[in-house]
Design a protein around this ligand. Structure first.
Ligand SMILES: O=P(O)(O)OC[C@H]1O[C@](O)(CO)[C@@H](O)[C@@H]1O
Length: 534
């Protein structure tokens, strides 16, 4: 029997079981289904996975070649086969004493030199050693999209309590409203623009960079002097007129959505300083060590992946909600959408054959408690089950507002408890009876107040959101995506699915300008062009 078949048979046997019954049968369950790594706690006991299910999932992971693929990634082998590239974001946070070879070349010295160059520039911007035409830099605008935006934007917000540098803004959308509203109120003479693009060809980024240059040129005699670039394409940055000392390069074996750890993190480094950025890297490196050395059964990224596989593949839950009870992680769901969906949203296996399992799930979410007053209604009482992943810290950063943090934590725990327990019809009837209802009206009202419960959740808990713990969490999710991708048998590191839309958008520009016609377009697109063309 294949590992998948065995798992499916097990799932069929336990699918209708109540998760609460697992706690009743095993007093030690919470500890047994919790995984710890460097101060983080991942509680996956509020799922329907039992000891047998876990053993079968671990066997599946083992049989998928996880150990070999992990070793291959960490040793610089070209596991991104469709792009013929190594996958080495882990090298960006590795210590200077490590050696990682790509085609017999140690990549660590180059990474260390790049890190030092970024740190020197970031510190110069922060201290005033680097100035704009109008003096010390007050504002930094990072222009990038996808992996060149979501990571730094998420992390800059997450680490707000550590900011002591200039204000940092992010422009990503080609919608002119984004750059217009961001630049409004900024002083071009004290603004630094970072053009962040791995390829330096992305149309949104290059269009916004041109707009920023024109805005700056109105007040600054040499706008290029207040531009920096982060890219793998040194030839293109030079062509754009940015002096080489402000160009920070990285290698093509760093995928866009995995690039926050290197020069793409420049905006973060300017905001919090090189030392705190180093702590962020240290957190990521600590998670790497854990992932490499902890046995699979005690391995946190593996645990997250097994829960993900169980819910997506066995239970057929098509989405998962990421719900940080931490306002400053409000961009984390968007960041994870790219990380997870661009990585594991594929229909083809490594060998080019059609995938025989589902691709990765839809990832979405919002911070708690806001979500509670918006979409949790469906999570509690809707007909579809949405596995929820809660994230919470023991402490906030506002000692004067500790009572608010306590309320936040109470809400987080209450949600997973409510989703586990639910409320039975009898309990709802008792509540209605207490309110003085009886008969058919009591019955009718009680039915609306039933919570089915038995809805799976996990909770990732930490001491406090710091540069180090943020690094741990981001690396944790990266490795989770890797493990899920290995189990699904796909390449998590290419993204061919983004190409077609880009090509068609380019072709539609002259059609919308009226320079070419709508021949060959489907009826809907042609009609929309007619309606929307300027
Ligand atoms: O950094 P670049 O090359 O501008 O690309 C931005 C983003 O665009 C994508 O290629 C998707 O369109 C992402 O993978 C990438 O993060």
């Amino acid at each position: 029997m294949s590992k998948w078949t065995a798992l499916k048979a097990h799932h069929a046997r336990v699918a209708d079981r109540s998760i609460l019954s697992l706690f009743e049968a095993d007093a030690a369950r919470a500890g047994d289904f919790s995984t710890r790594a460097g101060g983080l706690l991942f509680d996956w006991s509020k799922t329907n996975i039992d000891a047998e299910g876990r053993a079968l999932l671990l066997a599946l992971a083992g049989a998928s070649g996880l150990a070999g693929r992990r070793a291959a990634m960490f040793s610089g082998q070209k596991i991104n086969e469709t792009e013929d590239r190594a996958v080495l974001h882990i090298a960006l946070r590795a210590g200077e004493d490590q050696r990682i070879l790509v085609e017999d070349q140690d990549v660590i010295p180059g990474i260390s030199a790049g890190r030092r160059a970024c740190a020197a520039f970031a510190e110069a911007v922060r201290s005033g050693g680097f100035q704009g035409q109008g003096g010390k830099i007050t504002d930094v605008v990072n222009i990038g999209i996808g992996g060149s935006d979501l990571g730094p934007a998420m992390a800059v917000l997450a680490l707000a309590p550590f900011h002591d540098g200039p204000r940092v803004h992010f422009v990503s959308n080609v919608d002119g409203a984004h750059i217009h509203d961001t630049l409004a109120g900024l002083n071009p003479e004290t603004t630094l623009v970072i053009v962040a693009s791995k390829t330096f060809t992305t149309i949104e980024t290059m269009t916004n960079a041109d707009t920023a240059k024109r805005w700056m040129a109105k007040r600054v005699s040499d706008p290029g002097a207040q531009f920096a670039a982060v890219s793998t394409a040194a030839d293109k940055t030079a062509g754009y007129g940015i002096a080489p000392e402000r160009v920070f390069g990285f290698e093509d074996w760093v995928g866009g959505r995995y690039s926050l750890w290197g020069p793409i993190g420049l905006a973060l480094m300017i905001a919090v300083g090189a030392e705190d950025f180093g702590q962020f890297l240290a957190g990521g490196a600590a998670m790497d060590q854990h992932f490499l050395t902890a046995p699979d059964a005690q391995n946190m990224p593996v645990a997250l992946a097994l829960v993900g596989i169980w819910h997506n593949q066995l239970c057929d839950y098509a989405t998962r909600a990421v719900l940080p009870y931490e306002q400053r992680l409000s961009r984390l769901p968007a960041y994870l959408q790219q990380l997870e969906m661009e990585s594991n949203g594929k229909s083809v296996a490594l060998d080019g054959s059609a995938l025989t399992v589902q691709s990765g799930p839809v990832v979405w979410g919002e911070p708690g408690t806001n979500g509670q007053h918006a979409f949790y209604q469906l999570i509690h009482q809707g007909t579809r089950v949405v596995p929820c992943e809660f994230i919470v810290a023991r402490h906030g950063h506002e000692p004067d507002l500790a009572h608010q943090h306590l309320l936040l934590v109470a809400n987080c725990l209450a949600q997973s408890e409510a989703l586990l327990r639910g409320r039975s019809l009898d309990e709802a009837r008792a509540i209605m009876a207490k309110r003085g209802l009886s008969g058919a009206e009591l019955e009718r009202q009680a039915r609306h107040r039933v919570f089915p419960g038995n809805r799976p959740t996990t909770t990732l808990a930490m001491e406090r959101l710091t540069p180090f713990s943020l690094g741990q969490i981001i690396a944790l999710y990266e490795h989770r995506v890797f493990v899920e991708g290995v189990i699904l048998g796909i390449n998590s590191y290419d993204q061919w699915g983004v190409e077609l839309g880009k090509e068609l958008a380019l072709a539609l520009q002259p059609v919308l300008e009226g320079r070419t016609g709508t021949e060959g377009k489907d009826g809907s697109t042609a009609a929309l062009v007619e309606f929307l063309k300027a």
